[in-house]
Design a protein around this ligand. Structure first.
Ligand SMILES: *Cc1c(COP(=O)(O)O)cnc(C)c1O
Length: 361
């Protein structure tokens, strides 16, 4: 039997993609905010119900550019969680800011607002929570704390494409939400990402940041970098967006099948989607005490799972001397017990049965 990967990127039909990129051969305009970029931006603003979308070359630069445009003071502290992808924490450090780690909630693995306020100091400038696995953060409590303390609130919504909470687009929470369109995510542009916000006054500066601060042939107004999304990536996004509802529905069916086959396994803790959330079913995380044993058993039977997220950021080689990972005991515990099972739209219900029967035997 073929190995079952943990994730496999969905691609549009080759013909659909080649049709979409044909006019690039006529125009020879293949990057620098061309027609595909402009079209995808407008389509996403509508699809995600946000006023402004700034497309960039990846989700990591979306985070860095978001912190840059909000002008967080150099050397100030940004409170995030260690239970995230490396990018979230690295983006803080690479902007010359100091990550401070808040623990997560044991039920949905997002930032615990009850543990947040004790970490705020006069040097805190922002809060950067993550909608882990598409589980929606406690947005109301976090917005309340941010506004009471005059802090910026940036959500890393890389896992949350297309989600809604209480019938409101998830990308509309906080000052800014950032997202990744990497090939492994629910919606992809091969590589890509975006900064979502509703502030007219940030639009021009965000363009400066991603395009060298160049506004005209002889006009350079800001020391920006280069984080532009090219036309081939934007075209891939336009194609993928046509199929997104169908792709998310396939994920939903696979998730329900997993739930059905695993809900009576007493030693497994399944993920619960909070009331009021329209989920995108991005990942299928489960927790168990012998995580490494389960990982090895799946691997021996041809199924690739992922220890996602393990280790936590405060245990990384590059950070561990500066942090005590036992200060976030829930994050530490979850990282040692979590495993994400294979989940991607091209997977079949039979594949789910295969994974579950390995788990159950
Ligand atoms: C994928 C991801 C990123 C980084 O996005 P890239 O597009 O890979 O640069 C950041 N944060 C989280 C939570 C992610 O999952």
């Amino acid at each position: 039997m073929d190995r079952l990967p943990v994730i496999r990127t969905s691609l549009p039909d080759l013909e659909e993609y080649t049709n979409e990129i044909k006019d690039l051969w006529d125009s020879h305009w293949i990057t620098n905010m061309g027609v595909k970029h402009e079209k995808l931006q407008a389509l996403l603003e509508e699809h995600l119900h946000v006023k402004h979308i700034d497309l960039v070359c990846n989700g990591h630069h979306a985070l860095e550019n978001a912190m840059e445009v909000l002008e967080l003071p150099a050397g100030s502290e940004v409170i995030t969680t260690p239970f995230t992808f490396a990018s979230t924490v690295h983006a803080i450090v690479r902007r010359g800011l100091i990550p401070v780690f808040c623990d997560i909630k044991p039920d949905d693995y997002t930032m615990d607002p009850d543990k947040l306020e004790a970490l705020i100091t006069p040097n805190t400038s922002a809060i950067l929570p993550v909608h882990v696995y598409g589980n929606v953060c406690d947005t109301e409590a976090l917005e309340d704390i941010a506004s009471r303390h005059g802090l910026k609130l940036i959500f890393d919504a890389s896992h949350a494409f297309g989600e809604e909470y209480k019938e409101r687009g998830i990308m509309t929470y906080g000052d800014i939400s950032t997202i990744s369109f990497h090939a492994t995510k629910v919606f992809d542009t091969i590589e890509g990402g975006a900064i979502c916000h509703d502030r007219d006054d940030l639009v021009e500066r965000l363009t400066d940041i991603k395009n060298f601060g160049i506004r005209g042939p002889e006009e350079v107004v800001y020391p920006g970098g280069n984080a532009k999304l090219n036309e081939f990536s934007a075209a891939m996004g336009i194609c993928n967006l046509r199929h997104i509802d169908e792709l998310i529905d396939k994920r939903r069916q696979l998730t329900l099948k997993y739930n059905e086959l695993l809900s009576d396994v007493s030693w497994l803790k399944l993920n619960v989607i909070r009331e009021g959330v329209r989920s995108n079913y991005a990942y299928y995380p489960v927790l168990c005490d012998d995580r490494d044993g389960l990982f090895a058993k799946l691997k021996d039977n041809g199924v690739d799972a992922r220890k996602y997220f393990f280790p936590i950021a405060s245990e990384y080689e590059c950070y561990k001397s500066r942090y005590d990972s036992s200060a976030t005991p829930v994050a530490l515990d979850v990282s040692r017990r979590v495993i994400t099972l294979p989940l991607f739209p091209d997977m079949s219900l039979t594949d789910v049965e295969r994974v579950c029967s390995i788990i159950r035997t």
